[in-house]
Ligand binder design. Structure first.
Ligand code: S3P
Length: 175
């Protein structure tokens, strides 16, 4: 299978979907967001899937969508969920079918982007005076566990301090 897709990986809140959309526009390629595809397939939001079916069910759907996307013959820009590379079969499918870009972002910058969003069940922290410290710690711990997988990317770009459009433009030169 020839490498033809462009996959964006990185932690929740790194900007994979926004940057991916800009990059797809610049390259004139279709854009796919695996979370959105899962939501379409299951007919529920990611949050409701986690709440009603559990994480293991979500991961099964995620691996299936990755398999389908990776087998698509025409090139696409694909924003992966932040945990998609954890599945070894998905990791293989992704690297075999495309180049992988890691959108690197620091825990504090991630915190700023996710703090007011209710989209991500893995980052749910109840309102409390030390909510920020708890959430930053959660992000640091999870990032540490996952970064080895992110760092296997073909291209690594530090996206902090840049707008999504600027990151996409920088990527155009790198890919
Ligand atoms: C997850 C990331 C989310 C979504 C789900 C789980 C993760 O996607 O797939 O909430 O395990 O990192 P984003 O990275 O697009 O937020």
């Amino acid at each position: 299978m020839k490498k033809r897709h462009i996959y964006l990986t990185g932690f929740m809140g790194a900007g994979k979907s926004r940057i991916g959309r800009h990059l797809a526009d610049l390259l004139n390629l279709p854009f796919v967001d695996t979370d959105q595809e899962i939501e379409k397939m299951v007919g529920k939001t990611v949050r409701r899937i986690f709440e009603e079916e559990g994480e293991a069910f979500f991961r099964k759907q995620e691996a299936e969508i990755v398999r389908q996307v990776s087998q698509h013959p025409a090139p696409r820009v694909v924003a992966l969920g932040g945990g998609a590379l954890n599945d070894s079969r998905s990791l293989e499918n992704i690297h075999r079918s495309g180049i992988v870009i890691y959108l690197k972002s620091a825990p504090e910058a991630i915190f700023k982007r996710v703090a007011h969003s209710r989209k991500r069940p893995l980052l749910d922290v109840d309102e409390a005076p030390d909510r920020e410290a708890i959430l930053v710690k959660r992000i640091e711990d999870l990032l540490q566990k996952r970064e080895g997988l992110y760092l296997q990317a073909d291209i690594i770009i530090d996206r902090d301090g840049l707008e999504a459009e600027q990151v996409a433009e920088k990527l155009l030169i790198l890919i």
